[in-house]
Write a protein that binds this ligand. Sequence first.
Ligand code: DX5
Ligand code: ZN
Length: 224
Amino acid sequence: MKKHLVAPSVLACNFAHLEADFEMVNQSQADWYHVDIMDGRFVPNISFGMNIVKTMKKMAQKPLDVHLMILEPEKYIESFREAGADVITVHYEACPHLHRTLQQIKDTGAKAGVALNPHTDVSLLEPIIEEIDLVCLMSVNPGFGGQKFIYHTIPKIKKLKEIIITHNTSTLIEIDGGVGLQNAEKILQAGADVLVAGSSVFKSENPTKAIQQLKEIGNKIFHV
Ligand code: DX5
Ligand code: ZN
């Protein structure tokens, strides 16, 4: 039986009550924390750096999935690992030497992820798929939470799944941006393994229940 993971995106937390939000996620059915790092250069927004990640690590009882939306990520990989990252994802569009950068991530002991912007074709990853633990398909243009899901992501998931099956790797497919109950079933059916959810969790009336519902959608697909 296949189980998918749910990773609430902490970008949508209330930063004045970060501890309470982390406690909620700790007690919930969520699997990972998704942590968005933005540099104001690769994306038109700035979020936070490794000191905040270090603070989050102290509060989190689940792995930190760190999404680096930054230029020259190779300069900061060791620092984010030291801060507590369990998965480190770099952008394809920001890595001229992707193979080397993935090796660098793995050398720290973290899992290595590659994120693709909505316009980037998944076939570009075929020559390197064996090296990748996780592919993060952006289903919005990176930089902001609360945007609308881009439906062209669905055929991309299917195409990537075929590549993974052909090469017989255990690479996970993660979908990031605009994910919620309204589209989770379609995303999972297409072959996704990890759902990132920011607004649909933290801006809902009952975040614990929103996480639970995102988990249970999988039962509908995989158990019957
Ligand atoms: C977008 C970020 C996403 C974002 C998701 O640049 O990478 O992780 O926080 O937020 P929602 O779920 O609100 O689209
Ligand atoms: Zn993200």
